[in-house]
Design a protein around this ligand. Structure first.
Ligand code: F6P
Length: 371
């Protein structure tokens, strides 16, 4: 790919801290090391579906970008070109507009596309690769559920945000002798809940990987009250559900999107109030976890990933995603990255650490893991 002249760059899916740092690293590497031009595509794949949503980026565009949250290019989690939903006359029609995307990329002179995204975006990139688009992926998601990489850009900052919230909630929980239930993001995986819960000293952590049992949580809280701890903190991932229960949704799916999770924190709080006969409140951290300035870890990861992705294009490693494995940057085929979801392994040291600290995850599971 040494005769390359222009690459494209887009951010897809939900935003997160560190996206701008990836963009900055990629633009600097492409221009300074290879002399390429970089076309920034606006609002994810929407920018290759609709006209006039792309612009050339130069070094001045990425100045001062490193500490800024969000994405200077904009993003969307509702523009899948393979199943593009359009509402007309009260009816929703679904189109495959991938040919438009390929056409637009050619029209812009984009020879390879750097796609920064989570599992949904990587799946789209993988499909487009089969249709002839030269793509390289950079993993980002606060949920950290993208397979093939130990960590994705944005996760560390989200964990820190949730941990700081737990620190603050501790003091008010203690003053009022309350149980505080904190709902964090985590659609299919409990990485944020588990990491922030351990780092923030939670007493109960509920994750989608382990269906919970209310009686077990109640026993844990009552035991804390009996032992003199007059408060408890429970962290609940939004995708958690009770044993035999259903996932809790806040709203139906909107055009092109997925159904919105939310409400499990309030549900658990209501149930615990009844069962424990104590004061219980729920807090939803929501999109706070997606905002703010990236941590040093995320800035470094984003910089390494952004640079490496450009080198991958230069070396012809298209159809791959940059990844972190054993602390080193490496590459994985996109087919592998989209092959499954990365959930918390129940025998992981993170789970063992939680159990070792007698954090309540689920009694039944605790017995299995402890064996
Ligand atoms: O980025 C992933 C995620 O944060 C999920 O945890 C959450 O369910 C979803 O995004 C919410 O996205 P939005 O509100 O932007 O549609």
């Amino acid at each position: 790919m040494s005769n390359m002249q222009r690459i494209g760059l887009l951010t897809g899916g939900g935003d997160c801290p560190g996206l701008n740092a990836v963009i900055r690293a990629a633009v600097k590497t492409a221009i300074n090391e290879y002399g390429w031009e970089v076309m920034g595509i606006e609002d994810g794949f929407e920018g290759l579906i609709q006209p006039h949503k792309a612009r050339l980026l130069d070094l001045t565009d990425v100045r001062g970008l490193l500490p800024r949250g969000g994405t200077m290019l904009g993003s969307t989690n509702r523009a899948n070109p393979l199943q593009y939903e359009v509402a007309t006359d009260g009816q929703v029609r679904v189109f495959d507009v991938s040919e438009t995307v390929l056409h637009r990329a050619r029209e812009y002179g984009i020879e390879a596309l750097l796609v920064i995204g989570g599992d949904g975006t990587m799946r789209i990139a993988h499909e487009l690769m089969h249709k002839g688009l030269q793509v390289v992926g950079v993993p980002k998601t606060i949920d950290n559920d993208l397979y093939g990489t130990e960590v994705s850009v944005g996760f560390d900052t989200a964990v820190n945000t949730a941990m700081e919230a737990l620190d603050k909630l501790h003091t008010t929980a203690e003053s009022h002798h309350r149980v505080l239930v904190v709902e964090v993001m985590g659609r299919h995986a409990g990485w944020i809940a588990l990491a922030a819960g351990i780092a923030g000293g939670a007493d109960v952590i509920l994750i989608p990987e382990i269906p919970y049992c209310l009686e077990v949580i109640t026993a844990k809280i009552q035991q804390r009250y009996q032992s003199g701890a007059q408060f408890s903190i429970a962290v609940v991932a939004e995708g958690s559900k009770s044993l035999g229960g259903e996932t809790v949704y806040r709203a139906e799916r909107e055009l092109g999107g997925v159904a919105r999770l939310g409400g499990i924190g309030e549900l658990v709080a209501t149930q615990l109030r009844r069962l424990c006969q104590v004061d219980v409140r729920a807090t939803v951290l929501g999109h706070l976890q997606r905002g703010g300035s990236p941590t040093a870890f995320d800035r470094l990861l984003a910089t390494r990933f952004g640079m490496m992705a450009v080198h991958m294009i230069a070396q012809g490693h298209v159809g791959h995603m940059v990844a972190l494995q054993d602390g080193h940057t490496t590459i994985v085929p996109l087919s592998e990255a989209v092959s499954c979801q990365k959930q918390v392994p129940l025998d992981s040291d993170l789970v063992r650490a939680a159990l070792g600290l007698t954090i309540c995850l689920d009694n039944h599971r605790q017995a299995i893991v402890a064996e």
